[in-house]
Design a protein around this ligand. Sequence first.
Ligand SMILES: [Fe+2]
Ligand SMILES: [Fe+2]
Length: 190
Amino acid sequence: MELNEIKKKLSENLKESRYNHTVGVAYTAAAMAMAFGADIQKAFMAGMLHDCAKGYPLERQKELCQRYGIPLTKERRESPQLLHSALAPYIARDCYGNEDEEIASAIECHTTGKPGMTLLEKIVFIADYIEPGRKEIPGLSSVRQLAFSDMDQCLLGILESTMQYLESRNQTIDPKTKETYQYYKEEDRT
Ligand SMILES: [Fe+2]
Ligand SMILES: [Fe+2]
Protein backbone atom coordinates (compact mmCIF):
# COMPACT_ATOMS: atom_id res chain seq x y z
CA MET A 1 0.00 0.00 0.00
CA GLU A 2 1.25 3.52 -0.81
CA LEU A 3 2.22 5.77 2.08
CA ASN A 4 -0.43 8.33 1.12
CA GLU A 5 -3.11 5.69 1.15
CA ILE A 6 -1.91 4.42 4.53
CA LYS A 7 -1.98 7.96 5.93
CA LYS A 8 -5.47 8.58 4.61
CA LYS A 9 -6.82 5.33 6.01
CA LEU A 10 -5.18 5.90 9.39
CA SER A 11 -6.57 9.42 9.56
CA GLU A 12 -10.04 7.98 8.97
CA ASN A 13 -9.66 5.21 11.54
CA LEU A 14 -8.01 7.08 14.39
CA LYS A 15 -9.31 10.09 16.25
CA GLU A 16 -7.50 13.29 15.40
CA SER A 17 -5.30 13.43 18.51
CA ARG A 18 -4.24 9.80 18.02
CA TYR A 19 -3.46 10.43 14.37
CA ASN A 20 -1.34 13.47 15.27
CA HIS A 21 0.49 11.34 17.85
CA THR A 22 1.05 8.70 15.16
CA VAL A 23 2.67 11.20 12.81
CA GLY A 24 4.79 12.49 15.70
CA VAL A 25 6.00 8.97 16.43
CA ALA A 26 6.78 8.32 12.74
CA TYR A 27 8.98 11.41 12.39
CA THR A 28 10.63 10.88 15.78
CA ALA A 29 11.38 7.26 14.89
CA ALA A 30 12.82 8.39 11.53
CA ALA A 31 15.05 10.95 13.28
CA MET A 32 16.28 8.31 15.71
CA ALA A 33 16.98 5.97 12.79
CA MET A 34 19.12 8.74 11.26
CA ALA A 35 21.01 9.17 14.53
CA PHE A 36 21.68 5.47 15.01
CA GLY A 37 22.01 4.20 11.46
CA ALA A 38 18.78 2.21 11.34
CA ASP A 39 16.53 1.93 8.28
CA ILE A 40 14.79 5.31 8.11
CA GLN A 41 11.86 4.20 5.96
CA LYS A 42 11.13 1.21 8.17
CA ALA A 43 11.31 3.32 11.30
CA PHE A 44 8.92 5.84 9.76
CA MET A 45 6.49 3.14 8.66
CA ALA A 46 6.61 1.37 12.03
CA GLY A 47 5.82 4.71 13.69
CA MET A 48 2.88 5.24 11.34
CA LEU A 49 1.47 1.77 11.99
CA HIS A 50 2.20 1.28 15.70
CA ASP A 51 -1.26 2.38 16.93
CA CYS A 52 -3.22 1.21 13.88
CA ALA A 53 -5.45 -1.03 16.03
CA LYS A 54 -6.14 1.62 18.63
CA GLY A 55 -9.12 3.12 16.80
CA TYR A 56 -11.30 0.07 17.46
CA PRO A 57 -13.51 0.10 20.54
CA LEU A 58 -12.25 -2.27 23.23
CA GLU A 59 -14.97 -4.85 22.62
CA ARG A 60 -14.04 -4.96 18.95
CA GLN A 61 -10.37 -5.32 19.88
CA LYS A 62 -11.27 -8.34 22.01
CA GLU A 63 -13.25 -9.88 19.14
CA LEU A 64 -10.35 -9.30 16.77
CA CYS A 65 -7.96 -10.95 19.25
CA GLN A 66 -10.19 -13.99 19.21
CA ARG A 67 -10.33 -14.01 15.46
CA TYR A 68 -6.54 -13.87 15.21
CA GLY A 69 -6.04 -16.46 17.93
CA ILE A 70 -4.40 -13.98 20.32
CA PRO A 71 -5.05 -15.37 23.80
CA LEU A 72 -6.93 -13.03 26.13
CA THR A 73 -4.56 -13.62 29.01
CA LYS A 74 -5.17 -12.32 32.52
CA GLU A 75 -2.72 -9.48 31.85
CA ARG A 76 -4.49 -8.49 28.65
CA ARG A 77 -7.84 -8.52 30.42
CA GLU A 78 -6.49 -6.44 33.29
CA SER A 79 -4.56 -4.00 31.08
CA PRO A 80 -6.65 -3.65 27.95
CA GLN A 81 -4.19 -1.14 26.45
CA LEU A 82 -2.08 -4.23 25.72
CA LEU A 83 -4.62 -5.45 23.18
CA HIS A 84 -3.91 -2.84 20.52
CA SER A 85 -0.20 -3.68 20.43
CA ALA A 86 -0.88 -7.44 20.29
CA LEU A 87 -3.26 -6.79 17.39
CA ALA A 88 -1.05 -4.27 15.60
CA PRO A 89 0.93 -6.72 13.41
CA TYR A 90 -2.29 -8.38 12.18
CA ILE A 91 -4.14 -5.15 11.43
CA ALA A 92 -1.00 -3.69 9.82
CA ARG A 93 -0.82 -6.75 7.56
CA ASP A 94 -4.51 -7.15 6.73
CA CYS A 95 -5.61 -3.50 6.55
CA TYR A 96 -2.39 -1.69 5.62
CA GLY A 97 -0.53 -4.30 3.60
CA ASN A 98 2.53 -4.56 5.82
CA GLU A 99 4.57 -7.67 5.04
CA ASP A 100 7.70 -6.57 6.87
CA GLU A 101 8.52 -8.80 9.85
CA GLU A 102 10.78 -6.24 11.54
CA ILE A 103 8.05 -3.64 11.44
CA ALA A 104 5.55 -6.23 12.68
CA SER A 105 7.62 -7.11 15.72
CA ALA A 106 8.43 -3.47 16.51
CA ILE A 107 4.76 -2.51 16.62
CA GLU A 108 3.85 -5.64 18.55
CA CYS A 109 6.08 -4.81 21.52
CA HIS A 110 5.63 -1.03 21.55
CA THR A 111 3.63 -0.96 24.80
CA THR A 112 5.76 -3.12 27.09
CA GLY A 113 9.06 -3.56 25.31
CA LYS A 114 10.71 -6.95 25.64
CA PRO A 115 14.10 -8.33 26.63
CA GLY A 116 16.73 -8.15 23.93
CA MET A 117 15.01 -5.66 21.65
CA THR A 118 16.32 -4.95 18.16
CA LEU A 119 17.37 -1.43 17.22
CA LEU A 120 14.08 -0.85 15.38
CA GLU A 121 12.05 -2.18 18.32
CA LYS A 122 13.84 0.18 20.69
CA ILE A 123 13.35 3.11 18.35
CA VAL A 124 9.58 2.61 18.09
CA PHE A 125 9.20 2.02 21.83
CA ILE A 126 11.13 5.19 22.64
CA ALA A 127 9.60 7.34 19.88
CA ASP A 128 6.12 6.46 21.16
CA TYR A 129 7.06 7.95 24.52
CA ILE A 130 9.02 11.03 23.47
CA GLU A 131 7.26 12.32 20.32
CA PRO A 132 6.81 16.11 20.42
CA GLY A 133 3.06 15.98 21.08
CA ARG A 134 3.42 14.05 24.37
CA LYS A 135 2.15 15.88 27.43
CA GLU A 136 4.98 17.17 29.59
CA ILE A 137 5.56 14.79 32.46
CA PRO A 138 8.37 14.84 35.01
CA GLY A 139 11.59 13.50 33.58
CA LEU A 140 10.48 13.72 29.95
CA SER A 141 13.11 16.21 28.87
CA SER A 142 15.99 14.09 30.22
CA VAL A 143 14.48 10.96 28.63
CA ARG A 144 14.29 12.88 25.33
CA GLN A 145 17.97 13.77 25.51
CA LEU A 146 18.95 10.22 26.37
CA ALA A 147 17.01 8.98 23.34
CA PHE A 148 19.70 10.48 21.15
CA SER A 149 22.71 9.67 23.31
CA ASP A 150 22.16 6.47 25.28
CA MET A 151 19.24 4.42 24.06
CA ASP A 152 19.41 1.77 26.78
CA GLN A 153 19.45 4.33 29.58
CA CYS A 154 16.55 5.98 27.85
CA LEU A 155 14.65 2.66 27.81
CA LEU A 156 15.28 2.20 31.52
CA GLY A 157 14.07 5.71 32.25
CA ILE A 158 10.86 5.15 30.31
CA LEU A 159 10.18 1.76 31.90
CA GLU A 160 10.81 3.19 35.36
CA SER A 161 8.40 6.10 34.90
CA THR A 162 5.81 3.85 33.29
CA MET A 163 5.89 1.49 36.28
CA GLN A 164 5.79 4.39 38.74
CA TYR A 165 2.85 5.90 36.90
CA LEU A 166 0.89 2.63 36.88
CA GLU A 167 1.69 1.99 40.54
CA SER A 168 0.56 5.46 41.56
CA ARG A 169 -2.79 4.82 39.89
CA ASN A 170 -3.07 1.29 41.28
CA GLN A 171 -3.06 -0.16 37.80
CA THR A 172 -1.62 -3.54 36.94
CA ILE A 173 1.93 -3.55 35.64
CA ASP A 174 2.25 -6.05 32.86
CA PRO A 175 4.82 -8.76 33.71
CA LYS A 176 6.45 -8.08 30.35
CA THR A 177 7.17 -4.48 31.35
CA LYS A 178 8.83 -5.71 34.56
CA GLU A 179 10.73 -8.37 32.66
CA THR A 180 11.99 -5.80 30.16
CA TYR A 181 13.01 -3.50 32.98
CA GLN A 182 14.91 -6.27 34.81
CA TYR A 183 16.65 -7.25 31.60
CA TYR A 184 17.94 -3.78 30.83
CA LYS A 185 18.77 -3.13 34.47
CA GLU A 186 21.01 -6.21 34.42
CA GLU A 187 22.51 -5.27 31.08
CA ASP A 188 23.35 -1.94 32.66
CA ARG A 189 25.37 -3.63 35.40
CA THR A 190 27.39 -5.78 33.01
FE1 LIG B 1 0.13 2.32 21.52
FE1 LIG C 1 1.38 5.34 20.55
